[in-house]
Design a protein around this ligand. Structure first.
Ligand code: AMP
Ligand code: MG
Length: 349
């Protein structure tokens, strides 16, 4: 009798073992979750996708789809000859250019921010932007007359958007979506990864990020780089599920001229020269597109105008660093910022 029990027990034990091996083989989701990450150079920057989960094959498949989405949107919103942007730039004044609904939505958001930032944010900065060639050897500061002449073609009011149709009122008007498209693409990638069944992850394009879900029972954590020692970090903070964080910095694309002055890629469209209020601006909010665009806008607007904007539109948080390394941050961030560089003093507002 007892032998029979032992035998039955052994049989049961073998069955459970076999079942669990089979389960592990057929149910990768039953494995312990881990962090998977893949990176690619796309849209002029490094796009890094992360997911926390256990089904490696499904995660890889989601990454493939998200990278394809970056490629697709980059072809519409970048400077390829057939992109929406190039077709607008090549068009003559008065000719209606039909663009994709996605680029149209992006341009609508950009025009709205131009209005709210009193022209500090302006996708039609491009005619003056192209005078600043940071890669040229040697780097040459454009002369004042050339800058002033190109400003005649700058001005978002010379661009009309009607549904998915764009009309310029000046032949020389040209746009560039470098300050906002990255954020839009990040948001789209998050949607693609979620639609592919990934619940927890990060989409990072050149340091601008949006998170979704969590890493286990912990929130994802973001950090702000030291603008003058970009291998160092100033502070870190957790991001709630769905939050985005974008930084505009004068250290991302710049050249040092013969006089030792730094000239960088964020242009004040009213003067035609690089904005010199801040050296780093971080915006935290629920949309990567809005965070990206506002980081550039606030960079140009400076402290007082940014504070006024936030009083009117208190739906994002900021970390602003000026030329003297003084830091100003939204007081609502006080509870979650962890200082890494202890020498940094923050003025909360
Ligand atoms: P970001 O790194 O998001 O601040 O974007 C900077 C990029 O936006 C630059 O490299 C330009 O392509 C573009 N840009 C520069 N100045 C402006 C501006 N005032 N408004 C809109 N786009 C700008
Ligand atoms: Mg931006």
């Amino acid at each position: 009798m007892s032998v029979a029990v032992n035998k039955a027990g052994a049989v049961l034990h073998t069955f459970i073992l076999t079942a669990s091996i089979v389960l592990l083989l057929v149910c990768p989701a039953c494995k312990r979750p881990e962090l998977f990450r893949e990176a690619k150079f796309q849209i002029g920057t490094v796009v890094t996708l992360s997911a926390y989960g256990s089904d490696q094959a499904a995660i890889h498949e989601a990454f493939v789809r998200a990278f394809a989405e970056v490629e697709r949107l980059g072809a519409l919103m970048g400077n390829d000859p057939s992109s929406d942007v190039s077709r607008i730039n090549d068009a003559a004044a008065g000719t209606a250019v039909t663009i994709s609904p996605e680029t149209a939505a992006l341009i609508a958001t950009a025009l709205d921010l131009s209005l709210k930032s009193q022209g500090a944010f302006d996708i039609s900065f491009a005619p003056v932007g192209k005078l600043w060639d940071y890669k040229a050897q040697p780097f040459v500061v454009p002369d004042k007359e050339t800058v002033a002449a190109s400003l005649k073609n700058v001005g978002y009011k010379n661009l009309t958007l009607n549904g998915s149709s764009v009309i310029k009122t000046r032949d020389g008007l040209a746009i560039g979506l470098g300050a906002i498209a990255k954020g839009y693409i990040i948001d789209s990638c998050v949607e693609v990864m979620r639609a592919s069944g990934i619940e927890d992850g990060i989409v990072d394009a050149g340091g601008d990020i949006r998170v979704f879900g969590k890493k286990g029972n912990r929130n994802w954590v973001a950090a702000v780089r030291h603008p003058r020692d970009t291998s160092g970090l100033l502070m870190s903070f957790p991001l709630s599920p769905g939050e985005a964080c974008a930084t505009s910095g004068d250290y991302e694309r710049f050249a040092i001229a013969g006089d030792g002055k730094r000239y960088h890629h964020i242009i004040d469209p009213r003067s035609g020269y690089p904005a010199d209020n801040f050296i780093s601006v971080t915006v935290i909010g629920t949309s990567a597109m809005i965070a990206d665009a506002r980081a550039t806008a606030f960079f140009v607007m400076g402290l007082e105008q940014t504070k006024e904007f936030l009083r009117q539109t208190p739906d994002c948080e900021v970390i602003l660093i000026d030329q003297q390394m003084r830091c100003y941050a939204s007081s609502s961030l006080k509870k979650r910022i962890q200082l890494i560089d202890k020498s940094l003093l923050i003025e909360w507002f």
